[in-house]
Write a protein that binds this ligand. Structure first.
Ligand code: IPE
Ligand code: IPE
Ligand code: MG
Length: 253
């Protein structure tokens, strides 16, 4: 089924879809899924209700991105800094993550999506790692979109891990190649994945919050006031349309 089959004729999505140039889609979209707490606060609900509601957006955006034919979608789900939150909120986030992976695995697999978790996964509790491992193993041979979920992730921690992996390699194999941008890229968590063309942040915050520091060197940045639990296919299509209006110069003219 193509994305067109989703958009009812005459709907806003159908109109947006018509205006998008399918030959110039971003290959990789990265998303800072922010604003769950504020979404809940507006409704006088506990913050965790916002996280739960955000799962619906994850489902919709993952499926829409896969149907659009993106090569990769990277979702920032939990940062190294998020451990500062109350224990009960962290607990709920981990439980929701497990629930999402468990319930969505068959759907993800059916859509030919390859699932991957990036970040300091080894520091997560065992029950979470088990679910992630199952999802990665089940989908490892899929040839469609790569769904990268950033968990216990920090851009600086990734660079530290990259340096350590490179040093280890040199020690073991006496690798003498001079350090280059290509070599560093090969040791990042995102090795083999093109850098994000488009970085979306929901809920209006104008910062990067330690996300993909190396990889976003030339990403187009799109910040929307929409809170993550309200962000749906229509908003994704709007972001892509805006991306296609940008002139990517990479320092040239
Ligand atoms: C994003 O929503 C979810 C995570 C960071 C896990 P927030 O929980 O940060 O929501 P706000 O920013 O407080 O509204
Ligand atoms: C960024 O959101 C992290 C994730 C979306 C997982 P935060 O809500 O943690 O970022 P800050 O604290 O506003 O920078
Ligand atoms: Mg936030």
């Amino acid at each position: 089924m193509e994305l067109e089959d989703f958009a009812k004729p005459g709907s806003q999505e159908a109109d947006l879809l018509k205006r998008i140039d399918k030959k110039r889609l971003p290959k990789h979209i990265a998303v800072i899924m922010d604003g769950n707490g504020r979404w809940a606060g507006l409704r006088k609900l506990p913050r965790v209700a916002g996280h739960r509601a955000g799962i619906e957006s994850v489902r919709d955006i993952v499926e829409s991105s896969a149907r659009l034919g993106l090569e990769a979608l990277t979702l920032y789900a939990f940062s190294v800094e998020n451990w500062k939150r109350p224990r009960s909120e962290v607990r709920t986030l981990m439980n929701l993550l497990k629930e999402y992976v468990r319930l969505e695995l068959s759907n993800v697999h059916k859509n030919n999506i390859r699932f991957q978790a990036i970040g300091r996964i080894q520091e997560l509790e065992e029950s979470v790692r088990t679910e992630l491992q199952r999802a990665m193993n089940t989908t490892k041979d899929n040839t469609g979109m790569l769904l990268n979920v950033a968990l216990n992730y920090s851009g600086r921690a990734e660079i530290v891990d990259t340096f350590n992996r490179m040093f280890r390699e040199v020690k073991q194999n006496g690798h003498k190649a001079p350090v280059s941008e290509e070599l560093i890229s090969q040791f990042l968590y995102t090795s083999g994945i093109p850098d994000p063309d488009l970085l979306i942040r929901t809920s209006g915050e104008m910062r990067i919050s330690n996300f993909l520091l190396w990889q976003i060197a030339y990403s187009e940045i799109y910040i929307t006031p929409t809170f993550w639990p309200d962000f749906r296919r229509k908003h994704l299509l709007e972001a892509i349309l805006e991306y296609q209006r940008r002139d990517r110069r990479y320092g040239g003219i």
